[in-house]
Write a protein that binds this ligand. Structure first.
Ligand code: SME
Length: 165
């Protein structure tokens, strides 16, 4: 489904129940793009992206952390309450920030220093949000209750979403 720039999807349009993961991303991304295009408020856009990803894929937790000084501070998210501050280099999020690259963690228990905001989270993907000058200004974190839930398909599409911000 494609939208003209001035047509915003309704919440019901974001119920994508059929298809492979790749097919779902391919339907969702144009909807998300039209939802945030023309809206310059960052928090509003981060909030809608988190909600759309959570609704579409039923992930356990989807959210953003934003760089403030030497820490990541919790931003808009969907899911259970989470840790509010993460230092650079700590956990999966702080490591993705430090290394400036996407991290796919098939089993969080095997990641040294993983920060468990919930014992239910089993696998995770973290995508850094990067300025044009290469500095990181935040991260997108997606958690699943299933082991090994994320792969290069998620990395590809989530990096695409993050490149819009
Ligand atoms: N597990 C993350 C912390 C954030 S929560 O999962 C929401 C980490 O290790 O950085």
């Amino acid at each position: 489904m494609f939208y003209k720039i001035d047509e915003k999807p309704m919440a019901e349009d974001l119920h994508i129940d059929n298809g492979s993961k790749e097919e779902k991303y391919n339907v969702l991304l144009p909807q998300l793009r039209s939802l945030i295009i023309g809206e310059e408020d960052l928090i509003a856009n981060l909030a809608n992206i988190a909600a759309a990803l959570k609704e579409t894929f039923r992930f356990f937790w989807v959210g953003f952390y934003l760089v403030k000084g030497e820490e990541l501070v919790l931003g808009p998210f969907q899911g259970p309450i989470a840790c509010t501050r993460i230092r650079k280099g700590r956990g999966v999020c702080g490591t993705a920030w430090e290394k400036v690259r996407t991290l796919i963690i098939p089993n969080v228990d095997l990641f040294p220093g993983h920060i468990a905001c919930s014992t239910l989270s089993r696998s995770e993907i973290v995508v850094p949000l990067v300025h044009e000058n290469g500095s990181v200004w935040g991260i997108l974190d997606v958690d699943s209750k299933n082991l090994n839930d994320f792969d290069d398909t998620d990395a590809y599409f989530l990096e695409e979403v993050c490149s819009w911000l």
